[in-house]
Design a protein. Structure first.
Length: 203
């Protein structure tokens, strides 16, 4: 899953959990993890649980296989991650833990929280957060051109990922199929997150 999904799945009440879930994208190695407080480490573990559950799920693998067949090759999984964020953003009230909070308000709340604690983030993520906030990436995911722009940006930043420039068009070309996949997958991911958080709270 991509940035929006990770932030939503962090839930409403635990700022440290959310920070760790966001930071985990650039935290590598045991020493780097242990530099954070136990509460933030729990968010890092949550991020990894989400990623491992997602990568192994048969519905996600079906989405990935479809994009691989459309020419995305080894980058199909990246396109699925961003595409699923598009679907989440497009019907945000349906999937958000607070249906009364619209996506733009959620996005601004996330930017403010992360900006306030930006010095706890790895340097690479501090830089990325600046661009994410300035470009309002989270709200942008809701629009087809936002999906296309996000994948185009990745294709330009990663030398071997040029094929992602076509990822948005490939995803949108079969949007009903990806929508059905996401609708089947999201409740199972939420349940896995709930179980994981309950287990870490009890340990």
């Amino acid at each position: 899953m991509n940035f929006l999904a990770h932030l939503v799945l962090s839930g409403p009440h635990d700022e440290d959990l959310l920070l760790g879930n966001f930071a985990a994208e650039a935290v590598r190695g045991r020493a780097a993890v242990e530099a954070y407080s136990p509460a933030v480490q729990r968010g890092i573990r949550l991020h990894r649980l989400i990623d491992s559950f997602t990568d192994a799920h048969p519905v996600v693998r079906r989405s990935t296989a479809r994009l691989r067949a459309a020419g995305l090759g080894k980058w199909a999984g990246v396109a699925v991650d961003v595409g699923y964020d598009h679907l989440l953003a497009r019907d945000f009230a349906r999937y958000h833990y607070d249906p009364a909070e619209p996506l733009p308000a959620f996005a601004q709340r996330m930017y403010a929280l992360l900006h306030r604690r930006r010095h706890e983030l790895p340097e690479r993520l501090q830089h990325m957060l600046h661009h994410m906030r300035a470009g309002d990436w989270l709200t942008g995911y809701a629009h087809p051109d936002g999906l296309t722009r996000a994948l185009l940006g990745l294709s330009r930043r990663v030398p071997t990922a040029a094929v992602l420039a076509s990822g948005g068009a490939a995803f949108l070309a079969e949007l009903p199929d990806y929508q059905a996949d996401f609708e089947a997958f999201w409740p199972e991911l939420q349940a896995a997150v709930d179980r994981g958080l309950a287990e870490t709270a009890a340990s």
